[in-house]
Design a protein around this ligand. Structure first.
Ligand code: G3H
Ligand code: 13P
Ligand code: ZN
Length: 315
């Protein structure tokens, strides 16, 4: 059942984080739903602009609606990831999304506020909530490259002013993570002192951590052993999800790790079966492996086992 993102945040705040997983295709959707049912976890399914354009946004919507029918026990929100203003309005109008992210973090502070405010007004008129972003994540964010050395961590006082002036419902903060498989090139990690300072300025307000993939080293090693060249890929320490959740991080965005599972399964499959050319056998393995991966992340996020108390809310 599709529910409001806000309702999931209210249940999770300060206790655990909701996994927000990016999807692009059928196999990811099947693995995600199965993994969340197996681990009894509420979740957020998120769709980027790139995912909407990969085939046709209507394909994803139809597949998600079908998965909802196939897995009636599932409780989830549907979210636009890294939207621009135009895409936010499209998603708000579509009636399918629980929440949208307006990412104007690359614009100057006042411009970011003005854009976010406009999106909030349109979204709230339709009962949809809005995630905004303040600060710059390191690494590559959609098509905007940001030098990790110059990454701007979110200023806690600006965060408070930003939330007051925009009326947004959750805030993606730059706290040391970056998108993709090559994080923390400066040897740093999550800046917990910064998360705590932001929570102090915004008590009870849901925070979002982008760039949260853990880039498991065994996954990287298996990909490289099967012909990949991922070099010194690294990610977030996944045992830090829960400590971050206790500081108000309600939503943890994971995309890259799912791509790594896909790459490992397909590289190993075709390396070991060079005569094979049917797409379904590796597709089946991927769905099962992705479901296992999702369940393991939900354990670390603390969302595993929460479904029964979410059902009790009668959303
Ligand atoms: O933060 C970006 C997400 O990982 C989505 O990536 O734009 O390649 O779909 P994408
Ligand atoms: P990763 O690249 O670490 O998976 O982050 C995904 C993300 O932040 C999507 O918005
Ligand atoms: Zn992101």
């Amino acid at each position: 059942m599709i529910v409001a993102t806000k309702q999931l945040f209210a249940h999770a705040y300060g206790k655990y984080a909701i996994g927000a997983y990016n999807i692009n295709n059928l196999e990811q959707i099947m693995g995600l739903f199965q993994g969340c049912i197996n681990s009894k976890a509420p979740f957020i399914i998120q769709i980027s602009k790139g995912a909407r354009a990969y085939t046709d946004k209507r394909m994803l919507e139809a597949m998600i609606r079908t998965a909802d029918e196939m897995f009636p026990e599932a409780i989830f929100a549907v979210h636009l990831d890294h939207g621009d203003e135009k895409t936010c309005y499209e998603c708000i109008e579509s009636g399918f999304y629980s929440s949208v992210m307006i990412d104007a973090s690359h614009d100057p502070f006042d411009e970011n506020i003005a854009i976010t405010r406009r999106v909030v007004e349109a979204a709230h008129a339709k009962g949809i909530s809005v995630e905004a972003e303040l600060g710059m994540l390191g690494g590559v964010e959609e098509d905007i490259a940001v030098d990790e050395k110059n990454a701007n961590l979110t200023d806690p006082f600006e965060a408070r002013e930003f939330v007051e002036r925009t009326g947004c419902d959750s805030l993606a903060c730059a706290i040391g993570t970056s998108h993709g498989a090559y994080k923390f090139s400066g040897g740093q990690g999550i800046h917990f002192d910064r998360v705590e300072a932001i929570q102090t300025q915004l008590p009870g307000f849901p925070l979002v951590m982008h760039g949260s993939s853990s880039v498991p080293q065994d996954e990287v090693a298996r990909i490289n052993a099967a012909g990949g060249e991922l070099g010194d890929a690294k990610g977030v320490d996944a045992t830090q999800y829960l400590p971050a959740a206790k500081l108000g991080v309600c939503k943890v965005n994971i995309d890259t790790d799912g791509r790594l599972v896909w790459t490992r399964v397909h590289r190993e499959f075709f390396r070991d079966k060079p005569k094979e050319f049917d797409l379904r056998p590796p597709g089946k393995i991927f769905m099962a492996e992705y479901a296992k991966f999702i369940a393991s992340r939900n354990e670390l996020l603390g969302s595993a086992g929460q479904l029964d108390s979410v059902y009790a809310l009668k959303l």
